[in-house]
Design a protein around this ligand. Structure first.
Ligand code: 6PG
Length: 244
């Protein structure tokens, strides 16, 4: 695997399975180094995490400590119930957590059965009672969209233009409806951030993120430069194919 330090964090380039293995290793290293008793792990949405979950199940890759003591989240969510196939938490649960028989008490789906503003408020409140507002996810996985969005921070998002202090927020995304998401301030309080991007459709957005001028309002994933010491980009050779 090729590794390079960049302005946006540590970039690792390899084949999907070795990157998935690396993703688990980064989570486990962070947990052991910081002796986190009940580590919170937020998975991303989209197609890449689905392949990651399948890898984890096929290789029994999730470390025992996380199975016994982990708490499970997603870094963003659509306003659908968990039984909907668009639900990020629903997919995490169906494809990974159920396989490991994770206790329901350790699962934290976003409360999508209320209005978005209230849902974000309730989720912040729940988090703040358990961990406090000064912390966010111990391990936060993210993806990158074709338009350079990450989590549900889309280009020209009000959450980038007028950042809120809370870790989590609701936001209306043009043409997509409301989403719930970790905010830029939330990202700043995460322990480590692991961005996975795979496949040739990611090649152009990644060049735009890594090689254009910094304009997070247009390319939200560039926000990650602020936290580069704790950001790891896991890119397969197709996704990294056009990077200098
Ligand atoms: C979601 C996430 C989004 C996702 C990227 C990458 O879809 O729920 O908001 O940020 O992680 O769009 O998705 P892929 O893995 O499908 O490329």
């Amino acid at each position: 695997m090729k590794t390079q330090n960049t302005y946006y964090g540590t970039v690792m380039i390899g084949e999907p399975d070795e990157l998935f293995g690396k993703a688990v290793e980064l989570a486990e290293e962070h947990r052991t180094r910081n002796e986190i008793p009940k580590p919170s792990w937020a998975m991303a949405g989209g197609s890449t995490p689905k392949a990651f979950f399948k890898y984890c199940v096929a290789n029994d890759a999730i470390p025992k400590y996380f199975i016994e003591h982990g708490t499970w989240f997603t870094s963003d969510e659509r306003m659908v119930p968990t039984n909907n196939e668009e639900s990020n938490f629903g997919n995490l649960d169906r494809l990974l957590l159920k396989h490991y028989d994770i206790d329901e008490y350790d699962k934290y789906p976003w409360p999508t059965d209320m209005n978005p503003l209230e849902a974000a408020h309730v989720f912040n409140d729940l988090w703040n009672k358990r961990r406090g507002p000064a912390e966010c996810f111990d391990i936060c996985f993210l993806g990158v969209g074709d338009d350079c969005h990450t989590a549900s921070l889309f280009p020209h998002s009000p959450l980038i233009r007028q950042p809120v202090n809370a870790n989590f927020a609701s936001v209306e995304v043009p043409t997509k409806g409301y989403r719930l998401t970790v905010t830029p301030h939330g990202l700043s309080r995460c322990g480590i951030i692991v961005v996975m991007a795979m496949g040739k459709e990611k090649a152009v957005p990644l060049v735009s993120i890594f090689e254009s001028i910094i304009q997070p309002d247009q390319r939200p994933a560039q926000l990650l430069s602020h936290y580069k010491d704790k950001v790891y980009w896991l890119l397969d050779t197709e996704a990294a194919g056009k990077l200098n």
